[in-house]
Design a protein around this ligand. Structure first.
Ligand code: F6P
Length: 535
């Protein structure tokens, strides 16, 4: 089937699906749950509360076939230049493969180097933890300050917050914002003699990170002997020469075939590997590798990343739902929504196809979220009763805490999915009001306000516990899902030109400020804001 024919069938079945209520489809199709749920790398996904009918589900799979998802997936794993605007391979799976794998980037073997860097990281992490690698004055490190932004920050933050012990032997703090307040908060209470600063930047040119790294260096230099400084100042980058020139005593490298937002499997997570322990980091890699195997081996109709991607494409392009909320029902996963914002919106927020022609359909939706149940008490009102339908994704953990095996948390997630799907009719709302003792008139007046249209889609992703392996599998699931969407939309998911213009203009604005005020060619609004802010 051609792409065009597949999109036509997709549109036709989407229009039909829009007329059938989700809940009624379970009766119409007794195999619905079995067909639309899947297990992968220890995760269980239930996509049966999505709006698709069987015909629409099949049309989505046909679309995936017509877009050659399998061929493009194989090209990614084969290290071809899938990032074609930058002529780069995209090989984050190589970073989590078991030792001795044989990945190639643009025909060059890379796995031996991956293994070597991993061995270096392991030795260093263990030496820091044991105290063998100590600070300038011989004291063991008690804290790490991780400096980085975007992909050099969000992944390690998710990992640390998800897996950190309640009382870590080595504390880990993150600094991303160029606002000095961020660094000041991170450094509060820390002793330079026992603090390791890890500066993470793929390019080692990012303004915010370099400014923060300078501040951290100055903080260390104010207390430490100059000759010992380098023990406290470590770089992680794909540009090791820049890190060395900046004064990093030691540098852990990764390659340009690792995209920033796909980089947490590399030395970018060195701080986590130290603070959590090497076994934890390795177990996370193993979980992700399991998801890689599933993505490569499972047929499309039972392939978890593929089905998750198709649900999103169906909502966005089939039913015009340009937003999605993600609610992890586990405090440990509270950072997941911000991580996904970068992963999905920086990857797939694109306006042209791979050949440069403008897209004619929607691409990435707005992704936002909060942990459950916090979000329920904030923006879920709109999800239940707002006129726009916002698909929800619940990441549900059976046991969030060893001491609370029967957490009430997941029951809330189930209730939300049910409420969204079932809703409540005006008649039921009125009857409820009467049963609560309201007068006829009052029950009738309030009924519309208490009505839920229902028929709102959600997905459930379930894990037993937030273990390192489950976390690795979950993040890899989202990475591959993002890739599959990019294949279907025929866009390059691995560049991010959209962030460049703002960076260039920020420099020009700074120059104006340093020159004393707005340049004459500045637009009136920006010029007035500048004048006001300069005081
Ligand atoms: O500006 C966007 C971006 O380039 C992201 O893609 C990246 O993750 C982030 O900045 C940080 O970049 P770097 O790791 O090079 O400092």
């Amino acid at each position: 089937m051609s792409r065009d024919a597949a999109w036509t069938a997709f549109d036709r079945t989407a229009a039909e699906a829009g007329k059938t209520r989700i809940v009624d489809q379970f009766a119409a199709d007794p195999d619905r749950l079995a067909r639309m749920s899947v297990q992968a790398a220890g995760l269980y996904l239930d996509l049966s509360k999505q709006s698709w009918t069987k015909a629409a589900f099949d049309a989505c799979l046909d679309l995936a076939r017509a877009c050659d998802v399998e061929g493009r997936r194989n090209a990614l794993f084969a290290g071809e230049a899938v990032n074609l605007t930058e002529g780069r391979a995209v090989l984050h799976p190589a970073l989590r493969a078991t030792a001795g794998a044989d990945f190639q980037a643009l025909g060059e073997p890379v796995s031996a180097e991956v293994d070597a860097v991993r061995a270096e990281m392991k030795a260093y992490a263990e030496a820091v933890r044991s105290g063998a690698e100590a600070g300038a004055t011989g004291k063991s490190f008690k804290a790490i300050v991780h400096v980085g932004i975007g992909g050099s920050d969000l992944g390690p933050r998710v990992v640390w917050d998800a897996l950190r012990p309640l009382e870590p032997t080595i504390d880990l703090r993150f600094v991303a914002n160029i606002d000095p307040r961020d660094m000041a908060e991170a450094l509060t209470g820390l002793d330079p003699e026992t603090t390791l600063v890890v500066v993470v930047s793929k390019t080692f040119t990012t303004q915010e990170t370099l400014a923060n790294a300078e501040a951290a260096k100055a903080w260390l230099a104010a207390s430490l002997p100059a000759e010992g400084m380098t023990k406290h100042f470590i770089g992680v980058t794909a540009a090791p020469e820049r890190a060395a020139a900046f004064g990093c005593g030691r540098t852990f490298a990764f390659r340009d075939w690792v995209g920033g937002r796909y980089s947490l499997w590399s030395a970018v997570s060195l701080s986590c590997a130290i603070a959590l322990g090497w076994e934890v980091f390795e177990a996370m890699l193993a979980g992700a590798a399991q998801m890689d195997d599933h993505f490569v081996e499972a047929p499309l109709e039972t392939n978890a990343p593929v089905l998750l991607a198709l649900a999103q494409v169906f909502n966005v392009d089939g039913l015009n739902r340009p937003a999605r909320t993600v609610a992890p029902y586990a405090h440990a996963l509270r950072r997941l929504p911000s991580f996904l914002q970068q992963l999905e919106m920086e990857s797939n927020g694109k306006r042209v196809h791979r050949d440069g022609t403008p897209v004619t359909r929607q691409t990435c939706p707005v992704v936002f979220g909060e942990p459950g149940t916090n979000g329920q008490h904030a923006f879920f009102q709109q999800i239940h009763q707002g006129p726009q339908v916002v698909p929800a994704e619940f990441v549900i953990v059976a046991r969030t805490h060893e001491d609370a095996p029967e957490s009430p948390l997941w029951s809330n997630a189930l209730a939300q999915g049910q409420a969204l799907m079932l809703g409540k009719t005006t008649e039921a709302a009125r009857a409820e009001g009467l049963a609560q003792g309201l007068s006829e008139e009052e029950a009738t007046r309030l009924a519309p306000h208490r009505t839920f249209t229902g028929d709102r889609p959600s997905t459930a992703i379930v894990m037993e516990r937030v273990t390192p392996g489950a976390l690795g599998a979950l993040i890899a699931l989202y990475e591959h899902k993002t890739f599959v969407e990019g294949v279907i939309w025929d866009i390059n998911s691995f560049d991010q030109w959209g962030v460049e213009l703002g960076k260039v203009l920020a420099k020009a604005i700074l120059q104006d400020v340093q020159a004393g005020g707005p340049s004459p060619d500045l637009d009136p609004s920006t010029a007035a804001l500048m004048t006001r802010l300069m005081g």
